[in-house]
Design a protein around this ligand. Structure first.
Ligand code: RP5
Length: 164
C-alpha cells in the first residue's frame, strides 16, 4: 500500500495535525510526519514534494497557518493529490490560511478541508488510497456503517426521551 505524507509548516501546528494520525491507524494506512515550511525551508519542501511519488507516497496532507503557502508549494512540485489543512492561528483566526490554501490557480489543485479539519483530511487521503484497494474500501464502508448506526442509536434514545 502507498503511504501518506503528513507535512506541517511548523511544529506549532501539531495539536491540530495529530488528529489525522488516529484515522490512519484505524484504517491501517502507513504514514510519515514531517515539518517543512514554504517560506523557512523552501528548498527542502520542494525536494520532498518532487521525490514523494518515487518514495511510495500516494497523497500528501499539508497543514499550515497564516499565509499558508505550504500546500500550494507542494502542489506546484508534484502531481500526487495534495490535501490542504488551513490551521487557525494568528490574528485572522484561520480565514487567512483558508483563502491562501483554497484559492489555487487552474492546473495546480489543492483539495482544501475546513479550518483545522485534520480528520477530514485524513479521511480524504484514505479515500484516495482506497481507489483500487478493495480491502481499504471495505474498511471505509464499515466505518460509515458504524457511524450511521451510532447516529440512529442517538436518534432512538432522544426520540424515546422527548417523544409523546
Ligand atoms: C505557518 O506559520 C505555520 O504553519 C504555523 O501555522 C504558523 C506559525 O508558525 P510558528 O511561528 O509557530 O513556527 O507557517
Amino acid at each position: 500500500m502507498r503511504k501518506i505524507a503528513v507535512v506541517m509548516g511548523s511544529d506549532s501546528d501539531l495539536p491540530v495535525v495529530e488528529k489525522c494520525f488516529g484515522v490512519f491507524e484505524e484504517f491501517e494506512i502507513p504514514y510519515e510526519v514531517h515539518v517543512f515550511s514554504a517560506h523557512r525551508t523552501p528548498a527542502e519542501a520542494k525536494e520532498f514534494a518532487e521525490k514523494a511519488g518515487e518514495k511510495g507516497f500516494g497523497a500528501i496532507v499539508c497543514a499550515a497557518g497564516m499565509a499558508a503557502h505550504l500546500a500550494g508549494a507542494f502542489a506546484a512540485n508534484t502531481v500526487l493529490p495534495v490535501i490542504g489543512i488551513p490551521v487557525a492561528g494568528g490574528s485572522l483566526g484561520g480565514l487567512d490560511a483558508l483563502l491562501s490554501t483554497v484559492m489555487m490557480p487552474s492546473g495546480i489543485p489543492v483539495a482544501t478541508v475546513a479550518i483545522d479539519g485534520a480528520k477530514n483530511a485524513a479521511y480524504l487521503a484514505a479515500e484516495i488510497l482506497a481507489v483500487g484497494d478493495g480491502p481499504l474500501t471495505e474498511r471505509l464502508l464499515a466505518a460509515r456503517r458504524k457511524s450511521a448506526a451510532q447516529v440512529l442509536e442517538k436518534d432512538k434514545k432522544l426520540s424515546e426521551k422527548y417523544g409523546k
